[in-house]
Design a protein around this ligand. Sequence first.
Ligand SMILES: Nc1ncnc2c1ncn2[C@@H]1O[C@H](COP(=O)(O)OP(=O)(O)O)[C@@H](O)[C@H]1O
Ligand SMILES: N[C@@H](CCOP(=O)(O)O)C(=O)O
Length: 314
Amino acid sequence: MLRIYAPASSANISVGFDTLGAAISPIDGSLLGDVIQIEDCATQFEFESVGYFVRKLPKEPQKNIVYQAYVLFSERLKLRNQLVKPLRLTLEKNMPIGSGLGSSACSIVAALVALNQFHQDPFSDMELLEMMGGLEGRISGSIHYDNVAPCYMGGVQFMVQSLGSICQRLPFFDNWYWVLAYPGIEVSTAEARAILPKSYTRQDVISHGRYLGSFVHACHTHQENLAAVMMKDVIAEPYRQQLLPNFAEVKQAAQDLGALATGISGSGPTMFSIAPDLTIATKVADYLEKHYLQNNEGFVHICKVDNQGARQLG
Ligand SMILES: Nc1ncnc2c1ncn2[C@@H]1O[C@H](COP(=O)(O)OP(=O)(O)O)[C@@H](O)[C@H]1O
Ligand SMILES: N[C@@H](CCOP(=O)(O)O)C(=O)O
């Protein structure tokens, strides 16, 4: 029996729509992510979902992305003249759905990593990642790797999607604290993508290029102030902020408390704020707890980048 954990992720990081994402873990050691348990089974396939957020998932097992991951994995294995072993999958659904924390990615990544390990790793990292992106695309309407890549590989990943690599790890600032605030309401990624403009002005395209290029340069040259200043979003935030409760006001307050940068995590409604030290992170977390959460399903976590990504639990 194997238990695989896949961590939450924060996609876009303001400046890299669909091209940047970070795996995230709370500093208190708690697990913010989904777990898949895989074990031998007397029948060919059994699937069960448990955990707090299971009630928000589709009732039909076939609509669960973990079930679909199993079907895709079996088809790909068959193409290699191998058969999937009889197995039982249990999804522990700990991540809220439509949260901007890569909930679907957590399930997809944990499922495919578990299936691959259970069959002695027939697929390479990039083959698995390509399957993960395809499954994510079924949910959000278009393939984007900025949740599955960091969730699987850990760290901050940049989607190069060239020369046989889907993503490459970006050097980052390990001293930064990420304050993540999930308000407890749901925003569908597909809908948050559908409201974005079909085209952008030349000025927006130039600004986006400057921000993203400078940010990546700053990461490589260890200039954290430059990186933070460049975390600006002209692609999604101006259009999506209407989906988040009092976003502009809360963002300003976080900046006033000393946050280096604040933005929408993925497609929202989770917000992230980057703090240079634990004192500021704690102040920002307290503020967001009081002013951003909408109900008792909401939460705030002080996190750091999770450099490990998906992993086997004890
Ligand atoms: N195991 C799963 N985990 C999360 N979402 C799932 C899963 N299986 C199916 N879904 C469906 O996928 C969609 C996920 O929505 P989305 O807005 O992309 O969430 P997130 O941004 O948190 O990944 C929902 O419609 C949900 O019902
Ligand atoms: N780049 C995507 C990321 C969606 O992340 P999620 O955590 O909200 O699924 C987008 O911004 O649409």
